[in-house]
Design a protein around this ligand. Structure first.
Ligand code: MIG
Length: 780
């Protein structure tokens, strides 16, 4: 096919190809000399470029390149949690053609001319990942998206050989499949209500992906917050490349071979998720918007009257006085403290939304503390010419805070005392891409300058980190205001590292089956990108759903970390009872099941905190050697032990389920299966197919209507013996609310079942739970 025909075909078929063709870019190198230091080597190049390769750990290498000039002394990233790494064992070997760095796990072979980097397994010497061409740059500004100021920087790119059978995972929040091979993506945080499978970019930027070939995995974190591009073999079957419209070529290479190990290292580098309060795993209900206070009470009363579990209710933007953040509307919510007290007695916590837009008073005489203080302290974003940047959002003309200023973050965090003083339990950050009704593309903000660690950089660099820093200000504020409580923050937009401060939800979905089908690949991909605490509006946000869709949606979300039903302002009501008793009864069954499973869910959540391995998992994370799992978008696992295969289509009551090798028990009937095959199972509307791994023990508690309603007593250990008649688990417990777990105040109890007997022993920790009985139920 000639080029023109190919182009026409691409346009006609609706395939959106990148305009970027990186093959025309200038290439770095070749290497003329090298300088070795303690933990790194610097490669000096003939074109005056420099490349620094740093050994962080035997399985973690950083590659930093500066084109046509030396690597700058500034070296700061908002994503990185840990900068100091103990020096691992490594050595250097030079030949006329190659420079080889070797750690205990990775061999990095650099060819001097052309400058090509290859990562190999240090033991087997097999190639893990290699440059397809030298790292490159766009000296003439040809590839920068036209909206960008060429002064801001040039396009930088790295290109890797695409493996013939290489699969790609992660990349954060993408409305896409689990395996991202042969797809391409853009990162530019965007408010995209009603997004569908091909919408890209959407709200978040997590420039981290995992490559998997023949069961062996590596990871790449391209820590560059500019508008970035990832192409996993979409525009060419030769290469997988990534690039950005400015900033440095700066990436971290992780070696597994296990994905779980990579996720642990990624968490070490960008931060481990702290544990949220246990009640965050409870059921949550939201609406745009519940008001006045009486209506909030009515919703909660209805939940209690119908015996539906509930821990949290959310107040959307209409609780405020004219959308002014840090205020309550005096007529709708005259006494928020009395409201939170009253709901508190019913076991329900209140979370309020906080948007970034601070209203500019339209009347000069109006005093509004958040605006007045922000202006006086000079904490608001300004354009290069010194003018205030004035976005238009829900409150009308507003100001955004420059969260890159430490003092501004402190001030913003402290403003949350109005919430903590009134008994508000958590904060929901929305609109933080940041969304601007004047212009959603970001074009209108390009000359906004941020302090950025003293570097005074512009929007092109700071857009994608805006939400990260707003969440950080919020989290740190809540920590200061309530030091004995774990903060609870929810965000829509994000950059890598967000897990240190916030949980997330997937924004404005649709009440459609197509939108529901995105839940599993999105939750699992987020989990593979360092964000374990995820969820989606149950029932879908925009449009009119129905009882069947709502039930099937709960059958996914009742096991998602964040389980919240939420609905757009003009949508049909969607609380669990809105479509009648038949559906409500099924929803109750799953919400109750979620609460009995809390000991199991919490144990798995703590694992995510400690190890970086998410609780809501794609099967391939547990069965990395089984290629039948590599592209499974409609099944998931919770931890190692529970496999779920929801129905994601209308009018379907039977489905195929893939069970990996090993023994499995049908959760509902205890019928035993031998895995490594596909089975067909019944799934009437009241049933979501679930299977427990043989060899597992699932701890469950009594049914609850909210966390803390009564002691978790007894704890039942549901034992699913394997062929050898053995099973085991380690239960995690702590006080569920304070940060004391960080200093060892938790308890890990090991259960081992063998020869018909269970052995229990505390293996770790100082936490003393209130006395509770253990029951053991052996499944047959
Ligand atoms: O422009 O606060 O995603 O959950 O209900 C819409 C109102 C703003 C978008 C959020 C949605 C929320 C809505 N918000």
């Amino acid at each position: 096919m000639n080029r023109l025909l190919a182009l026409i075909w691409i346009l006609a078929s609706g395939v959106t190809a990148f305009a970027q063709d990186i093959t025309s870019l200038e290439k770095i190198g070749p290497v003329t000399s090298i300088v070795k230091s303690d933990q790194s080597i610097t490669l000096n190049c003939r074109d005056n470029s420099q490349v620094v390769i740093t050994i962080y750990a035997p399985d973690l290498i950083r590659v930093r390149a500066s084109f046509t000039k030396p690597v700058p002394s500034t070296n700061h990233s908002w994503a990185i949690a840990r900068v100091a790494w103990p020096k691992p064992r490594w050595n250097l070997n030079e030949t006329p053609d190659f420079i080889t760095l070797t750690t205990d796990e990775i061999e990095i072979v650099v060819r001097r001319s052309p400058l090509l980097i290859e990562f190999r397994d240090a033991r087997t010497h097999s190639v893990l990942n290699s440059d397809e061409r030298p790292m490159s740059y766009d000296a003439q500004g040809r590839l920068n998206n036209i909206m960008f100021d060429p002064k801001v920087g040039m396009f930088v790119a790295a290109s890797k050989k695409l493996g013939f059978d290489e699969h790609f995972y992660g990349l954060g929040e993408k409305a896409s499949h689990l395996d991202k091979r042969r797809s391409s993506f853009v990162n530019w945080n965007s408010d995209t209500p009603g997004y569908t499978e091909r919408t890209d970019p959407i709200y978040q930027t997590i420039p981290f992906y995992i490559g998997l070939q023949r069961g062996i995995a590596y990871g790449i974190f391209f820590d560059n917050s500019y508008r970035s591009y990832f192409d996993f073999g979409k525009s060419s079957q030769q290469r997988a490349w990534f690039g950005a419209e400015g900033g440095e070529m700066n990436y971290y290479f992780f070696y597994g071979p296990s994905i779980k190990k990579i996720l642990g290292r990624y968490a070490d580098l960008t931060g481990h998720m702290p544990l949220p309060p246990l009640w965050a795993l409870g059921n949550q209900q939201s609406r745009w918007s519940y008001y006045p206070d009486k209506m909030v009470e009515e919703v909660v009363n209805e939940y209690r009257r119908r015996d539906l579990p509930l821990d949290v209710v959310h107040l959307d933007i209409d609780y405020m006085h004219g959308y002014r953040v840090f205020t309550f509307d005096k007529e709708r919510f005259p006494d928020p403290k009395a409201l939170t007290k009253k709901l508190g007695r019913q076991g329900v916590k209140v979370v309020t939304i906080v948007d970034p837009g601070v209203k500019q008073p339209s009347d000069k005489n109006e005093r509004y503390h958040a605006y007045d203080q922000g202006l006086e302290k000079n904490f608001f974003q300004r354009r290069r010419n010194g003018d205030l940047f004035v976005p238009r959002v829900w409150p009308g003309e507003s100001a955004f805070v420059d969260y890159t200023m430490p003092e501004a973050r402190q001030w913003w965090g402290d403003l949350h005392s109005i919430y903590t003083d009134n008994g508000i339990a958590g904060i929901w950050n929305d609109m933080n891409e940041p969304s601007d009704f004047v212009d959603q593309t970001g074009k209108n903000q390009l000359d906004v300058v941020s302090f950025d660690n003293g570097e005074k950089t512009t929007h092109a660099k700071n857009r994608n980190i805006f939400a990260l820093l707003m969440a950080r200000a919020t989290y740190e504020g809540l920590e200061r205001l309530r030091p004995d409580r774990r903060p609870y923050v929810i965000t829509r937009a994000a950059y890598a590292g967000i897990q240190r401060y916030s949980t997330m939800w997937t924004g404005d979905t649709n009440s459609t089956w197509e939108s529901l089908q995105l839940n599993i690949p999105m939750f699992t991909s987020l989990g593979l990108s360092g964000e374990p605490f995820v969820g989606s509006d149950v029932g879908g946000f925009i449009g009119r759903g129905n009882g069947e869709l709502l039930v099937r949606s709960y059958q996914v979300s009742f096991l998602a970390p964040f389980c919240r039903n939420h609905k757009v302002i003009d949508g049909y009501d969607q609380e669990p009872w809105r479509f009648g008793k038949y559906y409500e009864d099924i929803i109750r069954k799953y919400l109750k099941l979620r609460y009995t499973l809390l000991p199991f869910l919490y144990t798995t959540l703590e694992e995510a905190h400690r190890t970086g391995v998410p609780l809501f998992r794609p099967l391939m994370l547990n069965y990395q050697d089984d290629d039948s799992t590599y592209n499974l978008d409609d099944q998931f696992m919770i931890g190692d032990d529970l496999l779920v295969a929801p129905i994601l289509k209308t009018d379907v009551t039977r489905r195929l389920v893939y069970l990996p090798a090993g023994g499995w028990y049908d959760y509902w009937t205890n019928k035993k299966y031998t895995g490594g095959t596909m089975i067909s199972v019944e799934a009437p509307l009241d049933t979501v197919p679930m299977f427990v791994r043989a060899g597992a023990i699932i701890p469950t508690g009594p049914p609850l209507n909210y966390v803390g309603e009564k002691p978790v007593d007894p704890i039942t250990f549901n034992i699913y013996p394997d062929d050898a008649g053995t099973a085991s688990t380690i239960l995690y417990e702590d006080d569920g609310i304070s940060p004391a777990y960080k200093s060892g105040n938790f308890r890990r109890t090991k259960m081992e079942f063998r020869r018909g007997k269970t052995e229990t022993k505390t293996v770790e920790g100082t936490y003393n739970p209130s006395p509770r009985k253990f029951n053991f139920v052996v499944k047959k």
